[in-house]
Design a binder for this molecule. Structure first.
Ligand SMILES: *[C@@H]1O[C@H](CO)[C@@H](O)[C@H](O)[C@H]1NC(C)=O
Ligand SMILES: *[C@@H]1O[C@H](CO)[C@@H](O)[C@H](O)[C@H]1NC(C)=O
Ligand SMILES: *[C@@H]1O[C@H](CO)[C@@H](O)[C@H](O)[C@H]1NC(C)=O
Ligand SMILES: *[C@@H]1O[C@H](CO)[C@@H](O)[C@H](O)[C@H]1NC(C)=O
Ligand SMILES: *[C@@H]1O[C@H](CO)[C@@H](O)[C@H](O)[C@H]1NC(C)=O
Ligand SMILES: *[C@@H]1O[C@H](CO)[C@@H](O)[C@H](O)[C@H]1NC(C)=O
Length: 603
């Protein structure tokens, strides 16, 4: 016996010692794949002390580390660069976001690092020596820092760099040859910097192989002088937020391969004939322009001629009305359209009726209050529907038949408190459901949603599960829906909203059952008693009137109890007929023989 306990104790110790070195830091979440770890620390505010502890605790096989303050709480991470990160020779992805990091170290040695994301920090300077120890880096994000001047050659060591973001800094001056030697660079983001066009043009000579260029919000009132002909392979261009008044049709002709164009946040009021003719543009963003200002269609009937347009964003254009016929040449082939933020409330037939290939529809921020029980026929084919930011509180009961093919359903930031069983039956068949930003009621009914979310736990970052939070009851207000566990303590039927605990509800239930049983007994007793009285009654009636025996089934309990008929005769119960009863008081007209299913014999 003692040896058995000892054995148990020993095995417990062994288990502990195996588990200890690879335990997940308790402020983080860890995804393990064989021995390589992906660690996310986004649940709590993290400072230098805690960061150092986390680095000490993680296994050397760490593959990915992501540190970012929680989105819902006030407060911010505050970190300085810690060279202990160099322990992780297998680290591929490092994201230290919104951590107030003032500078990068000059002795970083991360030979496997492929992705370095330092956006939203306080980095003011960058030099060549910062990037000497990461030869495999493919993606570098330094956006939303305080970079001002970048010295020549700063990125020279990053021979494998494919994507560079310097967006939202205060770069007003680019040194010549800044990108010299970056022969792998394909993606360049320079949004929200006051860089003069001449400096941008000079960059192009070093990276003529660019695939994607983003110059959104760069205070360009025209792109006339932008030397796009130096980057002829460009496939994606972002020139949103630049106060453009017209589509730069002429300039786009030097980009024969362009397939994605962002013209959002400009001041475009109309799309003229052949605005994009002979381009390869299949995805066009015209959101946040002024297309709804004119009374009629803002699109010339030849606006989308000779271009392979598939995806069109017309959100936030002050359009109180929309007719899909306006899209002219694009109608047949368009597969996705966004009409968000346009005061389009009532799911009109005219929004979609000529779009024969439509499978993605976005109707966010349109003050939609409910989904009607009938939708235009095109909705039957939708694969994704985005109705986030509206005022929905419920889904129709037949949602399953309205949207049978939907795989992505976004109802972020509506007014849902809870889902019914039919809602959940529908949602559980949808691959990606975005439910964050709703005021969830975390009493019992939330369990269905929790089960739904746990099934999709692997996609929790995509589906923003961090922001799926309780609004009521007040005890758990602001808590993550996934983290709520005391739901188990809530009542079974009535919900905790009436302040009932499980025990008191059980008592109420028990009392209810007892009461019901008592009632049932009373009713049975009454029926039995009534039957006896009825048969006695029929005997008496028959004796006097000689009418054939009929069973008075329709007598109610109260009406038959006050009959005051003559002498009591022995009870007659057709189910309890005994020969003795017949002998004792033979009825004048013998009771009709039982007719077992007369219809069987009648034919
Ligand atoms: C696990 O690692 C293998 C290779 O090491 C990779 O192919 C696979 O995609 C990883 N799975 C997940 C879920 O990260
Ligand atoms: C970091 O936070 C922990 C707990 O919040 C605190 O005890 C510690 O003093 C903090 N360290 C620094 C350097 O601020
Ligand atoms: C740009 O950076 C500043 C801080 O540097 C930040 O407050 C702001 O939100 C950023 N803007 C965007 C659009 O990211
Ligand atoms: C934007 O450009 C105009 C001239 O086109 C200039 O007057 C203005 O100062 C610039 N604004 C900023 C914020 O750089
Ligand atoms: C046009 O764009 C598509 C992708 O949208 C691409 O596959 C195709 O190669 C492009 N054609 C030309 C001529 O660039
Ligand atoms: C839904 O639309 C909103 C508003 O345009 C957008 O921010 C959001 O990313 C969309 N959701 C998905 C899943 O694409």
């Amino acid at each position: 016996m003692i040896s058995y306990i000892l054995l148990l104790f020993l095995s417990f110790l062994v288990l502990c010692s195996i588990a200890l070195p690879s335990s997940c830091p308790n402020l983080c979440e860890c995804d393990q794949n064989d021995s390589s770890w992906s660690v996310y620390c986004r649940k709590a505010i993290i400072n230098d002390t805690i960061y150092a502890e986390i680095l000490n605790q993680l296994p050397l096989t760490l593959r990915s580390l992501h540190i970012q303050p929680p989105s819902n709480r006030i407060g911010s991470n505050k970190l300085r660069w810690n060279d202990n990160i160099n322990r992780f020779a297998q680290l591929r992805v490092l994201r230290l976001i919104n951590c107030q990091i003032p500078a990068m170290s000059r002795s970083i040695r991360l030979p496997s690092l492929e992705v370095l994301d330092l956006h939203s920090n306080n980095i003011e300077h960058a030099t060549m020596s910062n990037f000497g120890g990461m030869p495999k880096l493919r993606v570098l994000d330094l956006s939303s820092n305080h970079l001002n001047i970048l010295p020549t050659g700063v990125f020279t060591y990053l021979r494998a760099l494919r994507s560079l973001s310097l967006s939202n800094n205060t770069i007003s001056d680019l040194s010549t040859n800044l990108l010299r030697g970056l022969n792998s660079l394909r993606v360049l983001r320079l949004d929200r910097n006051p860089i003069p066009i001449e400096h941008i043009n000079e960059l192009f000579t070093d990276v003529s192989q660019l695939d994607e260029l983003y110059l959104n919000h760069c205070n360009l009132s025209s792109i006339y002088s932008l030397a796009l002909d130096r980057i002829p392979q460009l496939r994606q261009l972002g020139i949103g937020g630049n106060n453009l008044k017209m589509v730069p049709t002429k300039e786009l002709r030097s980009l024969p391969q362009l397939s994605v164009l962002d013209l959002s946040h400009n001041s475009i009021q109309e799309i003229t004939a052949c605005a994009f003719c002979n381009t390869n543009i299949s995805k066009l963003d015209l959101s946040h322009n002024l297309l709804g200002i004119s009374k009629d269609s803002p699109f010339n009937e030849d606006a989308f001629r000779t271009m392979p347009l598939r995806h069109l964003d017309l959100s936030f254009n002050h359009m109180n009305d929309f007719d899909s016929k306006w899209l002219g040449w694009a109608q047949e082939e368009l597969t996705s359209i966004a009409l968000s933020g346009n005061f389009l409330k009532n799911f009109e037939e005219s929004w979609t009726y000529t779009l024969k290939s439509l499978i993605h529809l976005e109707l966010a921020y349109n003050h939609i209050k409910f989904i009607p029980v009938q939708l235009p026929s095109r909705y039957y084919h939708l694969i994704s529907l985005n109705i986030s930011g509206n005022e929905l509180t419920y889904l129709p009961d037949n949602i399953n038949t309205l949207l049978p093919n939907v795989k992505t359903f976004d109802i972020t930031a509506n007014r849902f408190h809870t889902f019914s069983h039919t809602d959940l039956a529908f949602l559980n068949n949808v691959e990606q459901v975005y439910v964050d930003g709703n005021p969830w009621d975390c009493s019992c009914a939330i369990q269905g949603l929790q089960v739904h979310m746990r099934d999709r736990y692997a996609m929790r970052h995509i589906l923003n599960y961090d922001n799926v939070r309780c609004a009521t009851p007040s005890l758990v207000e602001g808590h993550s829906v996934l983290a709520i566990t005391d739901v188990n303590d809530c009542a079974v039927l009535f919900g905790a909203r009436y302040g009932l605990t499980q025990t008191s509800e059980m008592l109420i239930l028990l009392a209810g059952v007892l009461l019901f049983a008592a009632l049932l007994l009373m009713i049975l007793g009454c029926i039995y008693f009534l039957r006896e009285r009825q048969y006695k009654g029929s005997y008496v009636t028959r004796e006097h009137s000689r009418t054939p025996l009929t069973m008075a089934n329709t007598h109610s309990c109260s009406s038959s109890t006050n009959d005051t008929h003559g002498p009591l005769s022995p009870p007659f119960d057709p189910f309890l007929v005994s020969t003795e009863t017949f002998k004792a008081t033979p009825p004048l007209i013998p009771p009709a023989p039982p007719k077992p299913g007369s219809s069987y014999f009648g034919i």
